[in-house]
Design a protein around this ligand. Structure first.
Ligand SMILES: Cc1cc2nc3c(=O)[nH]c(=O)nc-3n(C[C@H](O)[C@H](O)[C@H](O)COP(=O)(O)OP(=O)(O)OC[C@H]3O[C@@H](n4cnc5c(N)ncnc54)[C@H](O)[C@@H]3O)c2cc1C
Length: 462
């Protein structure tokens, strides 16, 4: 355990998303005693959506004592099935029945995922976001060191160090703004990060939010609504991730919450946010429009989309950010989507935010002394351990999206050949999260161990 004066550092965290929660819990587990988390929402504000729980996330949460509750409700994946929505040229040549374009639910590729638990010590599971965030939050609440300040927005960064400070704005009426000063500040304030913007401005860096041109519908179907349709029941009963892919669009779906809910997340060209102000990230979608966008997907998919009640279609803008040249200024560091937002195609955004929090706690606990210089160097060890890995995965997620969204042509034929070759044995999987080499790179790395082992060498060089 770190010396007393290190553990007495006053640490503030802005944002109680996956990154902020994991950072707070990891710090408390390392023995830090004064951790304050400022969250602008009045509660955790759970998004009704599923989330993939990859082994690299599970390994960390298990070390932090938050995994068993999540695992209890999550679904342990056996496999993934990638399905085409239209007959491709190859399929059309080999298909004997009279399927028309758009009617097919034919399997393009199939990948077994059961080897993952034996290889990486943790399974690849899928769960509900509220279960993931709620379990980390509950674990934080069991730690006396962590204090949550909800309904309070951090605004107006006054200083990034040596004593970072900002103004806290309570949202309740009559709440007076007050200054907050700490020894170390973590900005886990999401893709729209105010702290990042102010940091970049200070250094005349103009890295921008990138419009991906993609948007997503996030849908949760109740088991009872699928109960009268044997084909849909079969989907919710399988421990499987199914991905239906088509030109510029796909749908990923899996059961969560002990198979009581079927989670669907779509990706389609962004037609509705393009004209909206950049602050807009979610909007109420139109069901007829959703049905039209996926009008050429197979009937099974369309029946599921049709189960979404009118008025309950929610569309998300998918935005990312240009890579940043740094994540740390003085005694302030960025965490999670604030510094490496990603497209969801690799299912690693939250996992990477959790890796950030775990590494932060390891490096701060290794501080050899309490001084602004030492804190800054420890934060830069965090940046060194994390930055290249996080940005590699951001790029890989974008590449996977490009491969899945191919239109007719040679590139798509090659992709479909790769999918088809999986039936005969091993080979590259164009849907990258299911690729064994990608999984080795992502799941096989224990970032806490790396931070432990490499801290002194990196620290000495800074
Ligand atoms: C469609 C979709 C599917 C996804 N699927 C997966 C998946 O399967 N697996 C996975 O690992 N990841 C997935 N992700 C990514 C993942 O959801 C995000 O990467 C992750 O939630 C980021 O966490 P964060 O804590 O960095 O940011 P956020 O979750 O955005 O949290 C930021 C928090 O900060 C608060 N905040 C912001 N500004 C302030 C302020 N000024 N003061 C106080 N509080 C503030 C916000 O209210 C929020 O609570 C998916 C994303 C999308 C869009």
């Amino acid at each position: 355990m770190a010396p007393k004066e290190v553990l007495d550092l006053h640490i503030c965290i802005i944002g109680a998303g996956m990154g902020g929660l994991a950072t707070a819990l990891a710090l408390a587990k390392q023995g830090f005693r004064h951790i304050e988390v400022f969250e602008s929402a009045s509660t955790l504000g759970f998004v009704g959506a599923g989330i993939q729980l990859a082994p690299n996330m599970a390994r960390i949460l298990d070390k932090l004592g938050a995994w068993s509750d999540i695992e209890r409700e999550a679904v342990d994946l056996k496999d993934t099935s990638i399905r085409r929505t239209r007959l491709s040229i190859i399929a059309a040549q080999t298909t004997t029945d009279n399927q028309t374009e758009g009617s097919t639910d034919q399997e393009l590729g199939h990948v077994d995922l059961q080897y993952i638990r034996a290889t990486y010590d943790y399974p690849h599971m899928v769960g509900h976001r509220s279960s993931l965030a709620g379990s980390i939050y509950n674990a934080c609440k069991r730690e006396k060191a962590v204090n949550f300040i909800f309904a309070t927005e951090a605004s107006d960064m006054k200083s990034f160090g040596p004593n970072p400070s900002f103004t806290a704005l309570p949202r309740k009426s009559g709440g007076e703004p007050y200054p907050v000063t700490c020894d170390v500040l973590f900005a886990a304030d999401g893709v729209k990060s105010l702290v990042r913007d102010q940091m970049l401005r200070l250094h005349n860096v103009s890295a921008k939010i990138v419009d991906t041109g993609q948007a997503a519908y996030r849908i949760m179907l109740r088991r009872e609504d699928m109960a009268n349709d044997p084909e849909l029941l079969e989907l919710i009963d399988r421990e499987s991730v199914t991905r239906w892919i088509g030109e510029k669009r796909h749908i990923i779906a899996y059961p969560v919450s002990n198979k009581t809910i079927y989670n669907m997340s779509t990706v389609q060209p962004d037609l509705h946010f393009a004209a909206a102000p950049s602050a807009t990230y979610t909007t109420k979608g139109s069901k007829p429009q959703m049905m039209e966008v996926f009008g050429d997907f197979c009937p099974k998919v369309r029946r599921m989309l049709d189960l979404v009640p009118d008025g309950e279609v929610c569309e998300w803008k998918l935005r990312v950010h240009e890579p940043l040249p740094f994540w740390v200024v003085q005694q302030t560091a960025l965490v999670g989507d604030a510094c490496h937002p990603t497209l969801p195609h690799l299912a690693q955004g939250a996992a990477q935010a959790i890796e950030d929090g775990a590494v932060i706690a390891v490096v701060l606990a290794k501080l050899p002394e309490v001084s602004p210089e030492a804190i800054n160097k420890a934060l830069r060890v965090y940046e060194t351990v994390r930055m290249a890995r996080a940005y590699t995965l951001v790029e890989l997620a974008a590449a996977s999206g490009r491969a899945m969204h191919l239109g007719e042509g040679a590139a798509k034929e090659e992709r479909d050949r790769q999918f088809a070759a999986l039936k005969g044995g091993k080979g590259p999987v164009p849907d990258k999260w299911a690729d064994a080499d990608v999984q080795r790179m992502i799941y096989g790395q224990d970032v806490m161990k790396i931070a432990e082992e490499e801290f002194e060498t990196i620290y000495a060089k800074l």
